[in-house]
Design a binder for this molecule. Structure first.
Ligand code: ADP
Length: 233
């Protein structure tokens, strides 16, 4: 379970100070599928990066599976991140020189699994992503939808408890976006907790809980409500 209390994040440069998150409190239970929407620059990616231990918070508390994250050193943070969290990005982040199999293998190599265990995880991930027949393809031989499926397979091969997705369908046409959402839905039903940032309301609606972020603050409830309120303001 993920629990943030009164989290703030301030980015400071020489001349400006940006309050990317303020008073951000949230609990996500095991097995939830939560969408996060909000205008550009509202703090969605910052939230996801803090949740995924890619960035540190400025103040407040963050517990993941009962562990106080701010008490961990860099090495422990990396370990928790690698073991518990899978990431999916808008731009897929595949390595063009590596085939599908080797792309999925990349994060597993950091975790010290032997070759047999890695192969089991890789083929398991590809199977779930519907790519078991294409391990030797290179990213350039696949269209956007299947490329994102490789990225999802790579995340799943880590057998994460939490899947964090930042605009996972932002580079896909509607049909491919739908099929990626179908896959995320299936992954969630088999027990993985998912938090997905998207600005597409139709996709956000497919999550089982919706959060809306504006000016670094969190609002609960259906995103339509908040977009309508913002438009009328
Ligand atoms: P969103 O994902 O909703 O578009 P972000 O979380 O990317 O919003 O950004 C929230 C605010 O924090 C924005 O004002 C953005 O310019 C600022 N910001 C994000 N990352 C950085 C950074 N690394 N350095 C300085 N400011 C940043």
């Amino acid at each position: 379970m993920l629990k943030m209390k009164d989290v703030s994040k301030i980015y400071r440069t020489d001349t400006v100070q940006t309050h990317a998150l303020r008073g951000f409190s949230l609990e996500v239970e095991d097995g939830e599928f939560v969408s996060v929407t909000g205008p550009s620059g509202s703090g969605k990616t910052t939230f996801l990066n803090i949740a995924g231990l890619l960035e540190e918070l400025t103040s407040g508390t963050y517990e993941l599976d009962g562990r106080d994250i701010s008490a961990l050193n860099d090495k422990e943070r990396s370990r928790v991140r690698n073991e518990k969290i899978g990431f999916i990005f808008q731009s897929f982040n595949l390595i063009p020189e590596l085939n599908v199999f080797d792309n999925v293998d990349v994060p597993l190599r950091y975790r010290g699994f032997d070759a047999k265990e890695r192969e089991r995880r890789i083929m398991g991930g590809l199977e779930r992503g519907g790519l078991a027949s294409r391990p030797k393809h290179f990213p350039s031989q696949l269209s956007g939808g299947p490329q994102q499926r490789v990225a999802i397979a790579r995340a799943l091969a880590g057998e994460p408890r939490f899947l964090l997705a930042d605009e996972p369908t932002g580079n896909l046409d509607t049909q491919m976006a739908d099929s990626v959402l179908d896959l995320l839905d299936e992954i969630n039903r088999s027990g993985t907790t998912i938090i997905m940032v998207t600005h597409e309301l139709t996709l956000a609606d497919r999550a089982r809980r919706n959060l809306f972020v504006r000016d670094g603050e969190i609002h609960h409830g259906p995103p339509e409500l908040h977009f309508a309120a913002a438009a009328n303001a």
